[in-house]
Design a protein around this ligand. Structure first.
Ligand code: 5GP
Length: 193
């Protein structure tokens, strides 16, 4: 087991509805030493890639992506969720359905902060059905940026997002892949990587 899998076993809580709660160390309270380790691990996994910018989606991707961007020495840009319908032409827009909240949001990145020819690394906390990641990929490609890869902290391998993104040919690295989990017994099984 790697450092993250160990932490998930120790402090993660399996909830009904295929939700893994990791809010004691990742997406409510954040363990900063762990964030640093996550940043270093993504740097190692995407070593040799050209990364000009790290992009993510608010809210829970921001903290993680900041540590990854620091490792690469590049800016981080997060897509903002926007309910407004009068989005002007100064923004790249994608529609994203939230797995946890079951609602749809438009997410936007200003054209000021993403440019044609930039090489981007996309980072997020969880990968379930892949809507968030596909939205970010859509925005990057709308900008004619180059998606160098996608880095996910926790992929739920029993949901279809990971397979879809890999089948599309993207380089996807997930630090932990949950193969199965059970809310009643609390058991979590990881995929061997
Ligand atoms: P997807 O768009 O891949 O279906 O879902 C990914 C997004 O939903 C992530 O950005 C994350 O915020 C949230 N999410 C999905 N599954 C879980 C989960 O099991 N636990 C938590 N805490 N967030 C999740």
């Amino acid at each position: 087991m790697n450092f993250l899998e160990e932490r998930i076993i120790r402090d993660g809580v399996v909830k009904p509805g295929n939700v893994l709660k990791v809010d004691s160390f990742l997406n409510h309270q954040m363990d900063i030493a762990l964030m640093e380790e996550i940043g270093r691990e993504f740097k190692r996994r995407f070593a040799g890639k050209r990364v000009d910018k790290v992009i993510t989606i608010e809210a829970s991707g921001i903290g993680i992506a900041a540590f990854v961007a620091k490792e690469f020495g590049v800016p981080m840009v997060f897509a903002k969720k926007s309910k407004s319908i009068n989005i002007d032409g100064d923004m790249f827009v994608a529609e994203v359905e939230s797995f946890t909240h079951k609602n749809k949001n438009q997410v936007i990145i200003s054209k000021k902060f993403l440019h044609a020819g930039e090489h981007v690394l996309i980072i997020d906390d969880f990968l379930a059905n892949g809507c968030a990641l596909q939205g970010l990929i859509f925005i990057a490609e709308s900008a004619d940026a180059v998606v160098e890869g996608c880095g996910i902290v926790i992929e739920k391998g029993f949901q279809y997002g990971g397979r879809a993104i890999r089948n599309m040919g993207y380089h996807l690295e997930s630090l932990a892949i949950v193969e199965a989990m059970d809310a009643e017994s609390g058991t979590i099984v990881f995929r061997e990587q």
